[in-house]
Design a protein around this ligand. Structure first.
Ligand code: HEM
Length: 506
């Protein structure tokens, strides 16, 4: 999922719209902007790059993004220059990024912040209509979150049936990969396998990997994941929404609406075949509580249906990206791949599949997965949060309705907490062979909006990773360069750069 596709912003093209007549308007606005900017500065806002009237920090941000295509890296650089609370003005949108652990921890605990809120700007409204779990606020959010916790527990997490589904997808996808004749980039395979697990949870169904409907859905999700970033152009230059050209944002909304239609079709099918004694998935659980008369005031359509969409949109991208990075790190660290395989052999052997119950006896494997999540920071920032009152952070004034985004990667890569932070070292999570915890490890966010399905995500990563390595070796394809660990991050997830592998049966 990508939110800030800042690298696509091209200033000269839209500055060229300014003709002679509009110069006057522009100058007046410019001066007003200057006055506004200096009035804001007086209130001690967080520091950041110089603010241009109207366009704010778009020039600096677009320059950095063109250079690195890595928002996370840009934030680290800005943090070195401006400190742990940075203010960026992207057109009309002010965003405060927080990069220090103590401040990130402080924010959700400060009542004045009401930190659990999501911003309600037009971007989010158009995408989710203020429904679903990702972007809803207040009671609506509290209730859907409560219901989802129960639903995930009832249906999926910790249940043997879900583990079996993950094992099966791992096996099928490995068979596909091993039969590849040419070197390939494994990312698309991770997408297929993970999407099927999420579809099982929400729709009770899986697709064949070559099903055209599946391909279509995945292509739409992929487009959204890659292109939502470009929507920032529409967000900053809102006039683009009203002129009849097909912008990326319009296409994103079209795709989103088509996926919503698909979700509704599945819900209607469920209604026709619903049996209150057999719970197949998330949809059935919702239909059941509606029939029984539930206590939730806000759980009326389309709110729960938007949540179904959120679950597969937010869950598929993050988990498949994590597995893609897992393969990449196994290729550049064959010694670590071997150690995980040895642990699997010791604990499980090769007569049966690895299950979640084995996790406790496999600290090295768990340490390697934690280290992966730390060193990559799959979601380098959280989903945006928002202030609901004027407040202060680290002495800086932050007005009501400001978007606030904790930068988790800054914590994960801080040498104070993790010495030599760029080193991939599973051993740092082990003490005398036992796993150790760290409060500075925040892959699923922090505070009330932390991803409630952390156990589901951990279970998927563990079962996929171990089932991959139990019977297969992952190797760099002959003649291809060693993959880089330098990712690209134009939005929410950190993406690998294509690399080419071969998979061999052990
Ligand atoms: C390795 C996998 C995953 C990672 C790294 C991850 C990471 C995150 C992070 C950082 C947040 C933001 C928390 C915040 O805003 O403070 C989040 C929220 C969320 N994630 Fe995930 N996630 C993962 C897997 C999943 C899965 C499997 C699902 C769904 C099945 C999912 C669904 C969601 C939802 C719905 C939210 C919004 C929660 C809320 O606003 O209350 N995530 N996740």
């Amino acid at each position: 999922m990508q939110l800030l596709g800042l690298e696509k912003i091209s200033l000269p093209s839209w500055l060229s719209w300014v003709d002679t007549r509009s110069t006057l308007v522009f100058s007046v606005t410019f001066l007003t902007g200057m006055l506004w900017t200096s009035s804001q500065r007086k209130k001690n806002p967080p520091p950041g790059p110089m603010i241009w009237p109207i366009i704010g920090n778009l020039p600096q941000v677009s320059r950095e993004m063109r250079k690195h295509k890595n928002q996370s890296k840009m934030l680290q650089e800005f943090s070195k220059q401006y400190g742990p609370v940075i203010s960026l003005h992207l057109g009309p949108q002010d965003i405060v990024f927080v990069t220090d652990y103590d401040l990130i921890k402080e924010v959700p605990q400060t009542n004045a912040f009401e930190y659990s809120n999501r911003p309600s700007d037009i971007f989010f409204e158009e995408f989710n209509h203020n429904n679903g779990m990702l972007f809803a606020n207040g009671k609506k959010w509290e209730e859907i979150r409560k219901f989802t916790v129960v639903a995930l527990r009832d249906f999926g997490v910790g249940k043997r049936s879900l583990e079996f589904i993950v094992q099966k997808e791992a096996e099928l996808i490995c068979e596909k990969m091993v039969s590849e004749k040419e070197p390939f980039y494994p990312k698309k395979y991770m997408g297929l396998a993970v999407a099927n697990v999420i579809f099982n949870i929400v729709f009770g169904d899986r697709f064949e990997y070559d099903d055209p409907d599946f391909m279509d859905i995945l292509a739409k999700m992929d487009f959204m994941a890659r292109s939502v970033g470009a929507t920032t152009i529409d967000r900053f230059i809102r006039i683009l929404r009203y002129i009849p050209i097909d912008t990326p944002w319009k296409k994103v909304l079209r795709n989103r609406n088509q996926l919503e239609k698909y979700t509704y079709k599945k819900i209607e099918e469920h209604k026709e075949t619903f049996d209150p004694n057999v719970m197949r998935d998330y949809i059935d659980l919702y239909l059941k509580i509606t029939q029984e008369g539930h206590k939730y005031e806000t759980l009326t359509e389309p709110h729960p249906f938007q949540t179904i969409f959120d679950l597969y949109f937010a869950g598929a991208e993050t988990t498949s990206t994590s597995l893609d990075w897992f393969i990449l790190y196994m290729i550049i660290h064959p010694d670590i791949q071997k150690k995980i395989q040895q642990e699997i052999e010791q604990v499980v052997g090769d007569g049966r599949k690895v299950t979640l119950e084995d996790r406790g006896a496999m600290p090295y494997t768990v340490a390697a997965l934690q280290e992966l999540q730390r060193v990559v920071s799959i979601a380098p920032t959280t989903v945006p949060h928002c202030t609901v009152k004027d407040t202060h952070l680290n002495g800086y004034f932050i007005p009501e309705d400001t978007m606030v985004i904790p930068h988790i990667a800054s914590i994960h890569l801080n040498p104070k907490y993790f010495p030599e932070p760029l080193k991939f070292e599973p051993e740092r999570w082990l003490d005398g062979g036992k796993l150790i915890k760290s409060e500075h490890f925040l892959p699923f966010g922090i505070g009330p909006r932390k991803w409630v399905g952390e156990n589901l995500a951990k279970m998927e990563l563990f079962i996929f990773a171990t089932n991959f390595l139990q019977h297969y070796n992952f190797k760099l394809a002959d003649g291809h360069p060693k993959p880089t660990t330098e990712g690209t991050n134009t939005g929410i997830t950190m993406q690998s750069q294509p690399y080419y592998i071969k998979v061999e049966r052990r």
